[in-house]
Design a binder for this molecule. Structure first.
Ligand code: 3PG
Length: 414
């Protein structure tokens, strides 16, 4: 990428490096253990480059209030196994004792700090539109003991919180190996995606998905958009079907404060662009722990909708096979639940069957690609979900803007 600093230009030995990563990973819904370590594995090359530095890892897991919001101890232990080096986990963000520990580090030491989103500055409404992230306590304290900031948090490059953008003017901010390789792998799909271009948007982050969908449509980047997963259920509802109070409440709570604006976007999509949308025509609900197929005209249901149905998948199949470029983000189903992996796995099978340029992103979806051993059957298995979609839909990327701005400030000082 042009216009950013390069790790090659720095003598990294003995430097204290704040290393921001995104290892937000799927956790087992029952016992909260780490289900997938692929995002952790992608950090190896940069950590190798930083092997003689003092490395302080900054990361987050999920969002406050969510079931999979946890500390980073498991991530730290797993990363230590992956790179075969000791890592000290500190259950803290930036207290004075942590700052002292950073000062005492020796070359080759690695500290893994706790979930950055434990700190109220990092993830709260108040800071969503915060321009001056550099004024935060986290940034002020951590930058006082560091020489460089390196980021491989591509998967959070569409977010603006302090540890993602606050170091811009305080320290040289340098993209790591993963950040560089994501940007170069996604270049073809940004510059000149082959058409027809299909986006399959699933998962639970409906507000992000619908904003990206409108962007893709309004910038004439896309030919068709299929909605599946929780966002698919929301679109069925916006299209006039009563999905039942239980499903409506689930979606409303999940989206929280952003619900009203998300609903407006959903209405706009179904009313203004019906020809571009592919919505589920049937679903599967869970009744007594069993998968039960259901047609949309059987709605409303008091049971949870956990997958798309067979007919929806059959409708999708020719569209996937005729596409020349496919962007898929977010599962079609609650695939960790027995009986409900079907829709997501079928879509994966269709994507690996095509000759199309296939970009798959999102923590859960890309973890599935890795766990089924089909990474080499897709064009790019991105560590980013929302960030990949934002980048490909031409949205602003605060982390990339920060890297570019930092280069203008620090380019002569390497
Ligand atoms: C992700 O996994 O998509 C990133 O970590 C961003 O997570 P967020 O949507 O909670 O900011």
């Amino acid at each position: 990428m042009q216009g950013v600093l390069s790790l090659d230009a720095y003598d990294l030995e003995g430097q204290t490096v704040l290393y921001r990563v995104d290892v937000n990973s799927p956790l087992n819904p029952i016992d909260k253990t780490l289900l997938d370590d692929s995002r952790l594995r992608t950090l190896k090359p940069t950590l190798q480059l930083l092997s003689k530095s003092k490395v302080v890892i900054l990361a987050h897991q999920s969002r406050p209030g969510k079931d999979d919001f946890s500390d980073m101890s498991q991530h730290s232990a797993r990363l230590s196994q992956i790179i075969n080096r000791d890592i000290m986990f500190i259950k803290d963000i930036c207290s004075d004792s942590t700052i002292d520990k950073i000062r005492d580090m020796k070359n080759g030491d690695i500290l893994f700090l706790d979930n950055m989103r434990i700190h109220s500055e990092e993830y709260s409404k108040k800071y969503e539109n915060w321009q001056n992230t550099e004024e935060s306590e986290i940034v002020t304290k951590l930058s006082s003991v560091a020489d460089l900031y390196v980021t491989d948090a591509f998967a959070a490059a569409h977010r603006k919180s302090p540890t993602l953008t606050g170091f811009t003017t305080k320290l040289p901010c340098i993209p790591g190996n993963l950040m560089m390789s994501e940007l170069s792998n996604l270049r073809t799909a940004i510059d000149n995606p082959p058409r027809p271009y299909l986006a399959i948007l699933g998962g639970a982050k409906a507000d992000d998905s619908l904003r990206v969908a409108l962007n893709l449509i309004q910038k004439n980047i896309i030919d068709k958009i299929a909605f599946v997963g929780v966002v698919g259920n929301l679109m069925i509802w916006a299209n006039g079907y009563d999905i039942g109070n239980r499903n409506k409440d689930f979606i409303t709570n999940l989206i929280g404060d952003a619900f009203d604006e998300t609903w407006v976007m959903a209405q706009k999509l179904v009313k203004q662009y019906p020809d571009l949308l592919i919505l589920p025509t049937d679903i599967a609900v869970e009744i007594n722990e069993e998968r039960i197929p259901m047609q949309l005209d059987e709605l409303p249901t008091e049971y949870p909708i956990y997958d798309v149905g067979l007919q929806s998948l059959m409708n999708l199949r020719p569209i996937i096979l005729n596409s020349k470029c496919i962007l898929w983000n977010g599962p079609a189903s609650f695939f960790e639940k027995p009986g409900f992996a079907f829709g997501t796995i079928e879509i994966l099978n269709m994507c690996i069957e095509t000759e199309a340029l296939t970009i798959i992103g999102g923590g859960h979806t890309s973890a599935l690609v890795s766990s089924r051993g089909v990474v080499d059957k897709v064009t790019h298995n991105s560590t980013g979900g929302g960030s990949t979609m934002c980048l490909l839909s031409g949205e602003n990327m605060p982390v990339i803007e920060s890297l570019i701005k930092s280069a203008t400030i620090f380019s002569d000082n390497s």
